[in-house]
Design a protein around this ligand. Sequence first.
Ligand SMILES: [Zn+2]
Length: 401
Amino acid sequence: MAVLATVAVLATALLVWRWQAGDTYVAPAPETRADGADPVVAAQTLRRLEAALRDGESGPTGDLAAAPDSRAVLSAAAGNVAEIGLEDIGLRYLSETDSPMTTDGWSAEVEVVWRVAGGDGQNAARAAVEFEFVEGGDRIAGIGGDLVPLWLQGPVEARRGGGAVVVAAAGSDRVAAYHRQARTAVAEIRQRLGRRTNLVVEVPGSPAGLDRSVGAEDGAYDGVAAVTTGADGSVVPGTPLHVFLNPRVYGDLDQLAAQVVMTHEAVHVATDAPLARNVPLWLLEGFADFVALQDTELPLARTAGQVLAQVREEGVPEALPSGVDFDTAGGHLGATYEAAWQVCEVLAERRSDDDVVALYDAVVAGSDLAAELEKRFGWNEAALTRAWQQRLRGLAGSAGG
Ligand SMILES: [Zn+2]
């Protein structure tokens, strides 16, 4: 019953230091231009598409598509703009790529800009997306490449309200449940951290759709329930943060576990965790669980079952979880998250929940962890580690097998 194990809750770690397609706009033009490639005509076509999208009108997009499948994609995109409430839509021709998708056309990087009204504040997302042009640039034959925003992948369904916007690939029968969980997460953040946050949750139709939505390598998030990162897959200041769900893994969670994951991710969003620098992952991840698991009805056997089993078998860990321990390729990810949560629990036990929040906020804002630990808890890292080990030993002894 590795519920929280497969949850592998965040995986921001993977993305934190990887600046992706979003900021690599200026690809050098290839040496030779494909036959018939005309950037000027293509740019005009993009301007017409942009106008149709801004109006949320699918009608005009039909004239811009080369074939039925691309017509369906462009028409869906226009519908999605209205369905989600996208604003600030922009399309800008950047440069021809050196890998034409077909022989009778060419592909180019197009800067796509969008913003979820009522979810993203004033910040827009921007990604470099590959468009395929044919007929001298008059028509669009497809949208592809490593990163394709969910709203350009096909029709979506959206729900909004209660500070949460959920955007799911059409065909999901769980949109209402996702939205309920997202609203609850927003309410829990307000109640437990005293701060307001808007939450945008995207739910692609498949794990592959998730990889495309954030520009990750194929399979990167197959075992992960959810990931919080920039709406355009980049992690740079000013880019709105979204929660992306893996429908297969998240969909398998029961109601309580799903809520814990959703609230955990919402904590990352509310505190800009993916943008934090020089903050140990045990604090970023442990804190998200600390908030998400407050007043939990889940028994310790589920919330900390894996780390306690590990302690019974191998004794307590020698050190607080390291960045390597959070590597999704490692074997004990569930235990690592649980161990990190227990670090925050032992801190709360020494002082209070509020002191844990204050420590977290200070360190995320750039303060030195050691100094904050000393100031607020009277501990250095060695003392914290010993107290944490003692707590794990005690729980492993008392919580039963
Ligand atoms: Zn996390």
